[in-house]
Design a binder for this molecule. Structure first.
Ligand code: ZN
Length: 243
């Protein structure tokens, strides 16, 4: 079983009628609905729960964390963000969606500002597959188009991704590194740009396929926080020495 935790800020859905109409049970439930499978169990958590709904024990028992946040990144305490960062360094997989590019855990993992250019003008977006042989792009054609997305553009001030899987091209002209993979110690991190709250992006079949593929890809194969121990020298008796 892959144990997934979908974390959502869950504020837009309460404040905006338009967002509530698209995601009546919250973005986290919409994501949980299409992720859940025979081999994938899903829990959810959100910002206004005690300690953001996150404990170390919960993270220790989570294989993949999916994160959606936007208007309240600053309300996530550093203690929670560092707990998430350390879980990823230990091997927990993480998927940061859309405006999660500015979340504390993402920035603490990548170490840069993760800024970008943006515009809400209802542009369409065509996402182009860069690596057709990658497990995350399995089942996706050469490209697919979302009728409306928030425009995100370069420069996107992330470290150079370990793999670039998608480039988004907006009708307003911008291009954006829309699907990026990073490895940090034992953890795999996938950033995926679509998912603005006022568009029904998480009901798009291609978006669902990509996120579900990513869940299976970033799930840990090895999990341990690598510490910094002082070690003694290995003696000649303990090793084979050519004399
Ligand atoms: Zn947005």
């Amino acid at each position: 079983m892959i144990r997934v935790l979908v974390w959502n800020e869950y504020r837009h859905e309460k404040k905006s009628e338009k967002v509530k109409e698209i995601y009546p049970n919250g973005i986290h439930e919409a994501i949980a609905d299409f992720i859940r499978d025979d081999d994938i169990e899903v829990k959810t958590a959100w910002l206004d729960q005690e300690n953001c709904g996150i404990t170390k024990e919960l993270l220790d028992n989570t294989d993949v964390l999916i994160w959606w946040g936007h208007m309240a990144h600053g309300e996530v305490p550093d203690s929670v963000a560092f707990m998430v960062r350390d879980a990823v360094l230990s091997g927990m997989g993480a998927i940061f969606l859309h405006s999660g590019h500015h979340s504390k855990p993402f920035r603490y993992l990548l170490g840069t500002s993760c800024n970008l250019t943006w515009r809400e003008s209802g542009d369409s977006e065509t996402l182009w597959v860069i690596e057709p042989g990658h497990p995350i792009t399995r089942g996706i054609d050469r490209y697919f188009t979302l009728p409306h997305e928030e425009t995100y553009g370069e420069p996107f001030t992330i470290p150079t991704p370990d793999k670039l899987l998608f480039i988004g091209n907006f009708s307003g002209g911008e291009v954006f590194r829309s699907g990026c993979l990073f490895e940090r110690t034992n953890g795999k991190i996938f950033y995926f740009q679509p998912g603005h709250e006022t568009f029904p992006t998480f009901y798009d079949k291609n978006v669902q396929t990509i996120i579900k593929n990513a869940v299976r890809y970033v799930a840990p194969v090895y999990r341990e926080f690598i510490d910094c121990p002082h070690v003694r020298k290995i003696t000649d008796e303990e090793t084979y020495v050519i004399k």
